[in-house]
Design a protein around this ligand. Structure first.
Ligand SMILES: [Zn+2]
Ligand SMILES: [Zn+2]
Length: 347
């Protein structure tokens, strides 16, 4: 049973919820949340009930935000709400109870792999009525994270060469982000050659199958220098090291993937000095969803961003374990859980 609706809460009927790698990380041991836990944090839906002071009307289409900034901590008041101390390290919040009364956690405060959720009004961003509602789920994680990694963390500029390593939902969106930022050359890399068509649709100009010679291959495509910006969307020591090595002197390598604690990335002091590269991470695309989703919606309205471009599987809740297996095998783009159309119309 969901927690009771508070004054500032909304009840949202979920229309679409994406299967994100972070959901897998919460069941495979990379992240260690409290169980029982309802997964799901990339979602959109329809407001069906609003608390007295929630300020969002019933009937509004919304996308959910899994990192609601507190607006009062040091990072929030210094322009970095994605590093909000309230959100830091949080994998869930109390979301309700099982039939026997056992408390249930809601993944990242949302727990959106469910037909409905109760969330604070601050965790929704209203959507225009003409945006496809189920697909808009991706604005809440993959697209915001990937586009933000290119634009906010990597500061991709017009004419840049950009390397993107790892083409899951976030990596493909990072390719899109590089394209939207005006990158001239976008080199997309994955262990699976089957990702090439998705990469080219997202905006890649070149596709490479991952190999130990990646840096050499990237230099061959970038006038011998290396990429201006690399966006590493895997989160493993090997790919971080490869991406960093493939960046030109003075370029930027962005760690977008969330990796484990039991690996080490090594650099020697001379190369750190000589190459003068910047190594940064991207947390939720270094985005403020309240500001940056509006920018993404402008791209959608202008036909520059296709919300469905990375969706390769439309599934039901029962199919989520199979989607995790495909993800572990490195297959496909985003899997989106949707709900039967008749159920949507009743709403
Ligand atoms: Zn996610
Ligand atoms: Zn804060």
């Amino acid at each position: 049973m969901l927690r009771p609706l508070g004054d500032q809460d909304l009840r949202v009927r979920v229309a679409g919820v994406g299967v994100c790698h972070s959901d897998l990380s919460m069941v495979n041991g990379t992240l260690r949340p409290t169980y029982p836990l309802v997964l799901g944090h990339e979602a959109s839906g329809l407001v069906t009930e609003a608390g007295a002071s929630a300020g969002v009307p019933v009937g509004r289409h919304v996308v959910l935000n899994w990192a609601v900034p507190c607006d009062t901590c040091w990072h929030c008041t210094h322009g970095q709400p994605w590093l909000c101390s309230t959100v830091e390290g949080s994998t869930g919040t109390p979301g309700g109870t099982l039939a026997d009364g056992t408390p249930v956690q809601a993944c990242l405060g949302l727990g959106a792999m469910a037909e409905e959720v109760v969330v604070p009004a601050s965790a929704v961003v209203p959507l225009p009525g003409d945006v496809p509602l189920a697909e808009a789920a991706l604005l809440g994680c993959a697209i915001l994270t990937g586009v933000g990694a290119a634009q906010n963390a990597g500061r991709v500029s017009p004419g840049d060469s950009v390397l993107v390593v790892g083409l899951g939902g976030v990596g493909l969106s990072a390719v899109t982000g590089a394209r939207l930022a005006g990158a001239e050359r976008i080199i997309a890399v994955d262990v699976s050659g089957a990702k090439e068509p998705l990469a080219l649709t997202a905006g890649a100009t070149d596709f490479l199958v991952a190999s130990p010679d990646l840096a050499k291959e990237v230099r061959a495509l970038t006038g011998g220098r290396g990429a201006d910006v690399a966006l590493e969307c895997v989160g493993s020591a090997t790919t971080i090291r490869q991406a960093w090595t493939a960046v030109r002197r003075g370029g930027t390598c962005v760690v977008v993937g969330v990796g484990p604690k039991d690996q080490q990335v090594s650099f020697n002091p001379l190369e750190l000095f000589h190459y003068s590269r910047t190594l940064v991470s991207s947390v939720y695309g270094n985005s403020d969803p309240r500001r940056d989703i509006a920018g993404l919606l402008d791209h959608v309205a202008g036909g520059r961003l296709d919300l469905a471009a990375t969706i390769t599987d439309r599934i039901t809740l029962d199919d989520v374990p199979a989607a995790f297996e495909r993800m572990q095998r490195g297959e496909g783009g985003r899997a989106l859980v949707t709900f039967p159309a008749d159920q949507q119309e009743e709403r």
